[in-house]
Design a protein around this ligand. Structure first.
Ligand code: TZP
Ligand code: MG
Length: 209
């Protein structure tokens, strides 16, 4: 399993935007565009369906050399052949997640404040999500944290920090100016007319021609 979570552009295949039937095609497009990490986020979907879908997507990412991460379901990491799991503040600890996912699994954690970013480092997370920077329909219940704390989250955690929440091609330059090194883009990619071109444009702004 790869522990490489150093990429700069993280795409989340959120089944709120694409159906399970479209997931393989969208993953292929994301990989073709040059995404650095892929996550499957399937809220409210039956576990058996997550396992089945994860088992189809993991090999696609494996062949492309790109880490494939499951949102929740750490015990499905070895079952599906995923590379890791992403947990939230209200989920099980990084330690527990790694016990279930396996010793070599990547474990990422969502954080919303610099203090949580520092705590995630102490907990042993391999990377963190930080946000939501802006309000987003993908996670409507969360209050945006803005751009001010990005650098502090990076300094305090010393981890790869993936800024997330309301980031699109149009505001990516602003997010980068605020100090972001790595970003997650969900609906921007999944609703793009041409996801491959969209990702390529994002990569270019990220200095990854
Ligand atoms: N966690 C914090 S914001 C968010 C998640 C999963 C959703 C980000 O989605 P989008 O569509 O890129 O705003
Ligand atoms: Mg969770």
């Amino acid at each position: 399993m790869s522990k490489n979570c150093e990429g700069r552009l993280y795409g989340i295949l959120d089944l709120g935007y694409v159906t399970a039937d479209q997931a393989e095609k969208m993953t292929t497009l994301m990989l073709e565009g040059g995404i650095d990490l892929v996550q499957l986020r399937a809220k409210g979907v039956a576990e058996a369906e997550v396992a089945a879908l994860g088992s189809k997507l993991a090999p696609l990412c494996r062949v492309a050399g790109i880490p494939f991460i499951l949102n929740d379901y750490p015990h499905l990491v070895p079952v599906t052949g995923a590379d890791g799991v992403h947990v939230g503040q209200d989920d099980i600890s990084v330690d527990e997640a790694r016990k279930l996912a396996g010793p070599f699994a990547i474990v990422g954690k969502s954080t919303h404040t610099p203090a949580q970013a520092a705590a995630a480092k102490e907990e042993g997370a391999d990377y963190i999500g930080f946000g939501p920077l802006f309000s987003t329909p993908t996670k409507p219940e969360y209050i945006p944290v803005g751009l001010e704390d990005i650098r502090q989250a990076q300094e305090l955690s010393g981890l790869p920090v993936f800024c997330i929440g309301g980031i699109k091609l149009e505001n990516l330059p602003t997010v980068l100016e605020a100090g972001a090194q790595n970003v997650v883009i969900v609906s921007g990619i999944l609703t793009a007319q041409d996801p491959v071109a969209y990702i390529k444009e994002c990569r270019s702004l990220l200095g990854q021609s």
